[in-house]
Write a protein that binds this ligand. Structure first.
Ligand SMILES: *Cc1c(COP(=O)(O)O)cnc(C)c1O
Length: 387
């Protein structure tokens, strides 16, 4: 069960498939069994087999995924949670104390913003939203002596803004704060925040890591042993762990992440080309476009530019809603990162709750999560929806 082989020098795809688990010594099972067991028999009081006593603390199915996640992010320690937000809450409570302050993106994922603004704030943790595309704006938002964390998303949702991870890590460390990167949109295949100086990586594994829109989950990965110890303590104390069935699905998804991401990117690039040349489209937002303000930084820190595209419909809000209604291969729905293509209207759907605030998005905006179907079918679907 526990891993024998050292995969640290292996390539990304090899790690995604092999790290965290060696074939079961008893049966040879090539995949981690789903250990649907809350408790583990002890060989005499305190005589645990392989360190397992109770599945909130550790479960062998989860251990395998946690090892694989750590490996693909280039970290030492991985932790799997019941959702991305459970991972975030556990991290925040592991690191921050009442009176501390956090700098968050001014276009943070809605659930992350709500967690800081409606939940953590009640317990005395302050936050300042800042434009993370601008390192000086982040510097200005830091409260010396109180800021313990800078929280980064890149690319962001749905405007695909790009933050310079290396520059922000240096800034955080100048102030003895840690840099957290929510790597959900890029996935570890396209972006390696720990190698760029980040202290912790956060994932909603619900998205690209799981990749099949069939499971909700979250993860944390770090290198530092002291930080890992705090996270492990809080993971067990708070208890928002991923169950063995969910872990199985997430781990199965992770093994094909690299090939899926390549296809997500191939399809997205072709769709971007189609949209850029379409007269009904006012603007295409994609970090791979040279016109994107974050293009140079994205090129520096990402392998490719991902599977999410946002675009504005020239004829306005009703026309954008009509496109969403007419799409057939693209499924109208929230979330992202699955094999199937999704279309949504952020103004009325994912971002409806931020209407009237600084986070409001324009009403003619559409967001695509480009799946891995035949790209010809995706393009002809958009063609008929835009006609
Ligand atoms: C979905 C998402 C989350 C929250 O994850 P859940 O698994 O839904 O709890 C956090 N960050 C980003 C960028 C996301 O897309």
């Amino acid at each position: 069960m526990t891993e024998q082989h050292d995969w640290t020098q292996a390539g990304f795809e090899t790690k995604a498939i092999h790290a965290g688990y060696d074939p079961d010594p008893m049966t040879g099972a090539v995949n981690p069994p789903i250990y649907a067991s809350s408790t583990f028999k002890q060989d005499g009081v305190g005589g645990m087999r392989g360190g397992y006593e109770y599945s909130r603390s550790a479960n062998p199915t989860r251990t395998a995924l946690e090892g694989a996640l750590a490996a693909v992010e280039g970290g030492e320690h991985g932790f799997a949670f019941a959702s991305g937000l459970a991972a975030e809450d556990t991290l925040i409570r592991s690191v921050c104390r009442p009176g501390d302050h956090v700098v968050i993106p001014d276009d943070a994922y809605g659930g992350t913003y709500r967690l800081f603004d409606k939940v953590e704030k009640v317990w005395g943790l302050d936050h300042t939203p800042a434009a993370l595309t601008d390192v000086e704006a982040v510097r200005a938002a830091i409260v010396p002596g109180r800021t313990t964390m800078i929280w980064v998303e890149t690319p962001t949702n749905p405007m695909l803004n790009i933050a310079d991870i290396e520059a922000l890590a240096a800034l955080a460390h100048e102030h003895d704060a840690i840099l957290v990167v929510d790597n959900t949109f890029a996935s570890p295949y396209l972006q390696q925040p720990l190698a760029l100086g980040a202290d912790v990586v956060v994932h909603s594994t619900t998205k690209y890591v799981g990749g099949h829109s069939d499971v909700v989950g979250g993860a944390l990965v770090c290198r530092d042993a002291e930080l890992a110890e705090k996270i492990a303590f809080h993971q067990n104390s708070i208890g928002g762990v991923a169950g063995p069935f969910d872990v199985f699905l997430t781990h199965r998804g992770l093994k094909t992440l690299a090939v899926r991401m390549e296809r997500h990117c191939d399809n997205a690039e072709k769709i971007v080309e189609f949209l850029v040349n379409h007269p009904a489209v006012a603007e295409v937002i994609y970090p791979g476009l040279e016109s994107h303000p974050g293009h140079e930084i994205a090129k520096k820190q990402m392998k490719r530019f991902g599977g999410i595209i946002s675009f504005r419909v020239a004829a306005g809000e009703q026309a954008a809603l009509d496109v969403c209604a007419k799409a057939q291969v693209f499924t109208l729905g929230e979330s992202l990162g699955g094999v199937e293509s999704l279309i949504e209207h952020p103004g009325r759907m994912t971002h409806a709750s931020v209407a009237g605030t600084d986070l409001e998005v324009s009403a003619d905006l559409i967001r695509l999560s480009v799946g891995i179907e035949s790209v010809e079918d995706l393009i002809s679907d958009l063609e008929q929806a835009l006609a």
